[in-house]
Design a protein around this ligand. Structure first.
Ligand SMILES: NC(=O)c1ccc[n+]([C@@H]2O[C@H](COP(=O)([O-])OP(=O)(O)OC[C@H]3O[C@@H](n4cnc5c(N)ncnc54)[C@H](O)[C@@H]3O)[C@@H](O)[C@H]2O)c1
Length: 257
C-alpha cells in the first residue's frame, strides 16, 4: 500500500516551488491532491501533469474563498484528510524599512491565509475525527533575521497557531494533528527572486548566500509526506526543521535595502 493511499489533500501554493513538490510526492504516494493557488494558469498546467491532482483557484487571504473550497472538496471527495498551508510571500525589509503596506501584504498571505485554512479544515476534520494540518513556517521563525521583519513575524505567528491547534485537538480529542515545517533555503522561484534582489543591491550579502547550503524542494516535500501519512501518528504540535544545520551553525540572512 502507498504511504497516503486514499487520502484527500489540499495544498495551497501548489502551483510552484515547495507546494508543487509536495503535490508530486503526495500524488505519487496515492493521495488525491487539490492544488490550490492564486496563479491559475500555472496551477492548472501543473495539475494537468500530475495523475491524481486537480487545480482549484484559491486566494488564501479571502475567508469566503476558503469556505467555498473546503466545502467543494468535501462535497466532491467526501472528506478532507490533509491540508498543507504552503502559500507564502516574502518581502525583504528590516523593521526600519517595513511599511504598513509591506506588513499587511506579507501577513495577509502567510498569517491570515494559515488562520483561515486551519479554521475551515478543523471545521470539517473535527466531525470526521481525524486529519493532518501541515503549516509552512521557516527557519526565520526560529532565528529571525535583520531584513525579514514581517516575514519572520508571520512565520512565528504560524508556529504559534500550529501549536494552539494541536493542543486544542489533543484536549478535545478531535483526532486532528497539526505540525509546522521549517525549511532553510530551498531552490525555488521565491529564493531565486530574493537572491536576484540581494545580488543587485548588495553583492557582499549575495556572496554569503552563495556560500550557504541550499536544499531541493523534494527534501521538504518528503517531510510533508511523512506528516501527511499515518507514519507520523504520534507527531503533533511539532516543528520539523529541514535545513541541514544552517539554523544552528550559520544564522546568516541576506541584506536587502
Ligand atoms: N524557498 C525557500 O527557501 C523557503 C524557505 C522557508 C520557507 N519557505 C516557505 O515555503 C512556502 C513556499 O515557498 P516557495 O519557495 O515554494 O515559493 P514560491 O514563490 O515558489 O511559491 C509560492 C506559491 O504561493 C502562491 N501564492 C502566493 N500568494 C497566494 C495567495 N494569496 N493565495 C494562494 N496562493 C498564493 C504563489 O502563486 C506560488 O505558487 C512559503 O510559505 C515560503 O515562505 C520557503
Amino acid at each position: 500500500m502507498k504511504r497516503v493511499e486514499g487520502k484527500v489533500a489540499i495544498v495551497t501554493g501548489g502551483a510552484s516551488g515547495l507546494g508543487l513538490a509536495a503535490c508530486h510526492r503526495l500524488a505519487e504516494e496515492g493521495a488525491q491532491v487539490v492544488m490550490a493557488d492564486i496563479a491559475e494558469e500555472q496551477g492548472a498546467a501543473a495539475a494537468a501533469a500530475i495523475d491524481g491532482a486537480e487545480f482549484a483557484r484559491l486566494n488564501v487571504s479571502d475567508e469566503q474563498n476558503w469556505q467555498a473550497l473546503i466545502d467543494s472538496v468535501v462535497a466532491e471527495f467526501g472528506r478532507l484528510d490533509v491540508l498543507v498551508n504552503c502559500a507564502g510571500i516574502v518581502q525583504l525589509a528590516s523593521i526600519e524599512h517595513t511599511t504598513e503596506e509591506i506588513w499587511r501584504k506579507v501577513n495577509a498571505v502567510g498569517t491570515d491565509g494559515t488562520f483561515y485554512g486551519c479554521k475551515h479544515a478543523v471545521r470539517v476534520m473535527k466531525p470526521a475525527g481525524s486529519g493532518s494540518i501541515i503549516n509552512m513556517c521557516s527557519t526565520a521563525s526560529i532565528q529571525g533575521g535583520p531584513n525579514i521583519f514581517a516575514y519572520a513575524a508571520s512565520k512565528s505567528a504560524i508556529r504559534g497557531m500550529t501549536k494552539s491547534v494541536a493542543c486544542l485537538s489533543t484536549q478535545e480529542k478531535y483526532g486532528i494533528r497539526c505540525n509546522s515545517v521549517h525549511p532553510g533555503n530551498m531552490e525555488t522561484p521565491m529564493l531565486r527572486n530574493m537572491y536576484n534582489i540581494v545580488a543587485e543591491n548588495d553583492p557582499a550579502s549575495a556572496a554569503i548566500m552563495d556560500s550557504l547550503w541550499v536544499g531541493e524542494p523534494v527534501d521538504v516535500a518528503n517531510m510533508i509526506l511523512f506528516l501527511a501519512s499515518d507514519e507520523s501518528k504520534s507527531v503533533n504540535g511539532a516543528e520539523m526543521v529541514v535545513d541541514n544545520t544552517t539554523t544552528i551553525t550559520e544564522g546568516a540572512v541576506p541584506k536587502p535595502d
